[in-house]
Design a binder for this molecule. Structure first.
Ligand SMILES: *[C@@H]1O[C@H](CO)[C@@H](O)[C@H](O)[C@H]1NC(C)=O
Length: 328
C-alpha cells in the first residue's frame, strides 16, 4: 500500500528589537477573504480572518481526496468561533498565570480571558480574532503561497509595544504545507509565542474520532502543569508513562488515564536552533492510509485531543460533538 504523506513544516521566527522612527498609524480595515491554493495532489483554503487554515485536501490510499482539517464552510463563521480552529494564535499562546508578567523590571497586567484571571491564547480580539492584510498571493506555480500580515498595536490586550506579524503558507507538489510565522517588535521588547492552531483528523474532518490514529512524538519530556493548566516550570520524563509516544502508539490506547484527554506540551529533542528543522511528530491513520510528518524549528509542541470540543457545528453541518475529534 502506497502511503500518502503530508509533510507539514512549521517555522517560527521571532525577532525582538528596537527600531527607530516607528510611527503609530491608524488601524487599517480589510475585507474577509478566502484564498485557495493548489499544486499536485494537494489543495488548501486559507482565510485572512485569524490567518487561518480552513481546509487541506489530500488523497487517501485509494486516491480519493478528503479534507483533513476541522473548521467551517464560511470564513464569516470564524468570527463566532471559540475553538481557535485553524487560527494563528498570539501574542502568547497557552496560558499566562494571573494575566501578569514583568519585563525589564516593569509589571504588566493583561486583560484576562479565562477563569477571570488567566490569559489564554493572547486574549480575545487579537491575532486569531482580526482580519489580516493579504499581502501577497502566488498562484499557478509549483509552490503557490499566500502571505498575511497584521500590525498588533501597542497595548493590545495589555501587551507592551507594537508588533508586526506575518504568516506565510506555501504548498508544494510533494504534499507539503509550510507555515512560516515571523514577528518584529517595533519600539520595545515584548513576549511572543505564536502557535498555528489547526485541528487535524487524517481520516477526514467528518470521520469521527481520532482514537485509532497512531502518533509518534520525538520528545523525551513534557512540561507538566498544575491543576489550572499552568506549567510548573519543571520538566518530566515521559518514558513508561501514558505520555510516552517515543515509539508510534495508538492515540486511544492510554487516553482514558486522563480525565479530558491529552493537553500537554512536549519538549522536542534536538538543539534549540531557529535555523535547524527538527523531526517533531508523525501521525498515521490506518483507515485512510494518510501519514502526516511534522517538522519544526520550535522547542515544543502541544498535543491536544480536542478535549473541550463539543456541539460545534462545523463544515457541511457536521456536528462536532464527540470529544477527541482531532489532534492539534
Ligand atoms: C499524485 O496522484 C497520482 C495519482 O494517484 C500519483 O500517481 C502520484 O504519485 C501522486 N503524487 C504525490 C506526490 O503524491
Amino acid at each position: 500500500m502506497d502511503k500518502l504523506c503530508l509533510l507539514l513544516s512549521l517555522l517560527l521566527v521571532g525577532a525582538f528589537g528596537f527600531v527607530n522612527g516607528g510611527k503609530s498609524k491608524e488601524k487599517k480595515i480589510f475585507n474577509v477573504e478566502v484564498i485557495e491554493l493548489k499544486t499536485g495532489n494537494i489543495s488548501a483554503k486559507f482565510t485572512n480572518y485569524g490567518a487561518s487554515v480552513m481546509s487541506v485536501i489530500v488523497p487517501d490510499k485509494n486516491g480519493k481526496p478528503g479534507d483533513i482539517v476541522l473548521g467551517y464552510d464560511s470564513p464569516d463563521a470564524y468570527k463566532n468561533d471559540e475553538t481557535y480552529f485553524g487560527n494563528v494564535v498570539g501574542r502568547v499562546a497557552n496560558r499566562i498565570r494571573g494575566g501578569k508578567f514583568s519585563l525589564n523590571g516593569k509589571e504588566y497586567q493583561l486583560n484576562p480571558n479565562e477563569n477571570g484571571n488567566h490569559l489564554l491564547h493572547g486574549g480575545h480580539g487579537a491575532l486569531a480574532d482580526v482580519v489580516w492584510e493579504v499581502k501577497k498571493v502566488k498562484k499557478d506555480v509549483a509552490d503557490p503561497a499566500v502571505l498575511f500580515s497584521y500590525d498588533s498595536p501597542d497595548g493590545e490586550n495589555g501587551f507592551p509595544g507594537e508588533v508586526k506579524v506575518t504568516v506565510r503558507y506555501v504548498l508544494r507538489p510533494d504534499n507539503r504545507l509550510r507555515v512560516t510565522m515571523k514577528a518584529k517588535a517595533i519600539k520595545q521588547p515584548t513576549p511572543l509565542n505564536l502557535v498555528q492552531h489547526t485541528y487535524w483528523n487524517l481520516g477526514n474532518h467528518d470521520s469521527g474520532d481520532i482514537l485509532s490514529e497512531e502518533l509518534q512524538l520525538f520528545a523525551n519530556q513534557i512540561t507538566p502543569v498544575d491543576n489550572q493548566q499552568i506549567p510548573t516550570g519543571k520538566l518530566e520524563p515521559v518514558k513508561g508513562t501514558p505520555y510516552d509516544f517515543l515509539e508510534s502508539r495508538v492515540i486511544g490506547s492510554r487516553i482514558n488515564q486522563f480525565p479530558g484527554g491529552y493537553d500537554i506540551n512536549y519538549v522536542i529533542e534536538g538543539p534549540d536552533d531557529p535555523i535547524r528543522m527538527k523531526k517533531t511528530a508523525i501521525v498515521k491513520d490506518p483507515r485512510s492510509g494518510r501519514v502526516m510528518k511534522l517538522t519544526s524549528n520550535q522547542p515544543g509542541v502541544q498535543f491536544y485531543t480536542g478535549n473541550l470540543l463539543k456541539d460545534v457545528k462545523g463544515k457541511g453541518e457536521w456536528f462536532i460533538r464527540l470529544m477527541r475529534d482531532s489532534v492539534c
